[in-house]
Design a protein around this ligand. Structure first.
Ligand code: SIN
Length: 579
């Protein structure tokens, strides 16, 4: 088979396929693409360390990440053993805390898990794992009850839970808290719960450098702590819940911590990743030159906001019967097309007719006022931006990845719930449901192992590259620009090939370095994952869900497939897995 869009030879028919795992291995015979291309040289770890020189922590279950998925996993896992939770910043500084819209759950009168299932599948573009969606919608209501019992104060009117509307939902089912500060309230509730659990030890400001693997098994992680330096955390089971990758794109709703660490680390450790081309773009991010990008929740359109251009023309009027509440990919593309056609820089949200806007959306109102925009009188300038990584480490219904001893949940995982397009506000619910499942699975497995987690002698000494020092901010900015320009809302073969060449060139002198700070490792992780996204987007030569190729603008008529990416020695394998 010819090598498409890559820089190294394809596997020939004589090559023995490598048995990667149970997920990918099941359908190995049916693969119809085998593409090999370098992401980096054959580095297993991105930093040098030695077990003689580092501090050691022994635990039953290691959880990486303090967002909704990581916290839920840790809380559940304490029922089985000792838990260590690490997070690279403050506990409550995760992407979860920035969520506005809310938590989708089928608990309203007239709603049902069946309706929620149907909405999720309809939006998902034919790539959802129906069993995972079924689990989500059926377990969701009980998880919300548990969350309320922990003190999560969802908004109510006349005592009953208040439910908002977002795109793709056939009725109002989005719970929210403090108006548009759902995530902040949720993160605080989870923080309090974790603090109250005596069997969870939390390390904040503890950066995940790499997962430790010995003979194909994950045994914990190499970390860097602001105060304790390098530590090796040895665990019987490890749960990766480290969030997403929005910082790879110039325009993003994601907080600064979303630097793709989890996906890069899992890749280096040998796990299989799935559908990394599936990046959801949110249609409405506050667009003010020079200011940080901030989400303007879809719930605003759910309350009736119009999406207009500078002349007041409603952009969605002729595009989709659901108008402003069409699925996100359609709204994002419509804005993109309109701005290109009219050579303008942003669209606007018109909320002037919405009564009590400030009460319902206090955070967004304040944000607008900070920039002298009064939503009662002014239009709010918006543009689409990268919002959510739908792809991730391939896991099964229990959260098990292809790497023995590693489970994943939350944005870093690909459970199959979101298919090719995530239904709005399904991800906090996914974090609650699959986080708890992961915690239970890992806890069960850890308690079945009689041996405690143990220290193994390990040394990594990669010689430093002789090349010059790096200007990390320059690399970051260049990366974000090229990804936004070429691997953004609209993609095409030639742009993807060009990007692949550019990233490959950068990889030669960025990924060969042994850096010694979180900023450097983050840049290396972002570049690693940007390459995966680009190669996966190149491999999917059709348009489906959030992935739009202008050179292949329709869904393929053949069998739907996943795009898998994994590391084999010094090579990156990109391949298709039929559903
Ligand atoms: C939003 O509030 O618009 C974001 C909700 C989500 O991404 O699910």
């Amino acid at each position: 088979m010819a090598c498409r869009g890559c820089d190294a030879p394809s596997i020939t028919d004589n090559n023995e396929p490598v048995a990667v795992n149970s997920i990918a291995g099941r359908r190995r015979a049916a693969y119809d693409a085998h593409i090999m291309a370098n992401i980096s040289d054959n580095r297993r770890y991105i930093t040098n360390f030695g077990s003689q020189r580092a501090g050691h922590v022994l635990t039953d279950i290691l959880v990486i990440g303090s967002g909704v998925a990581g916290s839920s996993a840790a809380i559940e896992a304490t029922k089985f053993g000792r838990v260590t939770l690490i997070t690279k910043g403050d506990f409550q500084a995760s992407a979860t805390a920035t969520a506005q819209g809310g938590v989708a759950v089928a608990s309203a009168p007239g709603d049902s898990p069946t309706l929620h299932f149907e909405d999720t599948m309809r939006v998902g573009g034919g790539l959802n794992n129906a069993a995972a969606v079924d689990l989500l919608v059926k377990q969701g209501p009980a998880r919300i009850e548990t969350l309320l019992s922990w003190g999560w104060e969802a908004d109510r009117s006349h005592g009953a839970l208040d439910r908002g509307r977002e795109a793709g939902h056939s009725l109002n089912r989005i719970l929210h808290a403090a108006g548009d500060q759902t995530g902040r309230v949720l993160a605080k509730t989870l923080f309090d719960k974790v603090q109250a659990e005596t069997r969870i030890r939390v390390f904040e400001h503890c950066f995940l450098i790499d997962l430790i693997t010995v003979e194909g098994k994950c045994l914990g992680a190499v970390t860097y702590h602001k105060k304790y330096g390098h530590q090796l955390i040895w665990a019987k089971q490890t749960i990766l819940a480290s969030g997403g990758c929005g910082q790879i794109w110039r325009e993003t709703t994601n907080p600064p911590c979303a630097t793709a660490d989890g996906a890069a680390v899992a890749y280096r450790a040998g796990a299989v990743l799935r559908d990394m081309e599936m990046v959801q773009f949110h249609p409405t991010t506050l667009y003010i030159a020079g200011a940080g990008r901030a989400l303007i929740s879809e719930a605003v359109r759910g309350e009736g906001a119009y999406l207009v251009d500078a002349d007041g023309h409603r952009i969605m009027a002729d595009v989709h019967p659901d108008g402003e509440l069409a699925p996100r990919d359609i709204v994002s593309r419509a804005i993109h097309d309109h701005l290109t056609k009219t050579r303008t820089t942003c669209a606007y949200l018109d909320v002037r007719h919405i009564r009590h806007f400030g009460q319902r959306f206090p955070y967004i109102s304040q944000l607008c006022h900070n920039f002298q925009i009064d939503p009662a009188h002014d239009l709010i300038p918006v543009r689409p931006s990268a919002h959510y990584m739908i792809g991730g480490v391939a896991v099964d219904l229990q959260g098990t990845s292809s790497l023995d001893g590693l489970l994943c949940c939350g944005e870093v995982a690909s459970t199959g719930v979101h298919g090719a397009n995530r239904l709005a506000s399904n991800s906090l619910l996914e974090g609650l449901v699959f986080g708890a499942t992961c915690g239970e699975t890992a806890g069960n497995r850890a308690s079945q192992k009689e041996q405690p987690a143990r220290i193994i002698d390990l040394v990594e000494e990669t010689p430093r590259s002789a090349r010059t020092e790096l200007d990390l901010p320059d690399i970051d900015n260049s990366l974000r620009s090229v990804m936004w320009r070429n691997v953004g809302i609209i993609r095409s073969e030639d742009r993807l090939d060009e990007t692949n060449d550019i990233l490959k060139f950068w990889a030669h002198y960025v990924l060969d370095k042994t850096l010694n700070s979180p900023a450097g490792w983050q840049t290396q992780n972002k570049l690693t994952v940007a390459i995966m996204v680009t190669k996966s987007a190149r491999e999917r030569d059709e348009s489906r869900g959030v992935h739009f190729r202008s050179d292949a603008p329709t869904k393929s008529t053949g069998n739907p497939y996943h795009v898998l990416v994994s590391k084999h020695g010094s090579q990156t394998r990109v391949e298709r897995e039929p559903l």
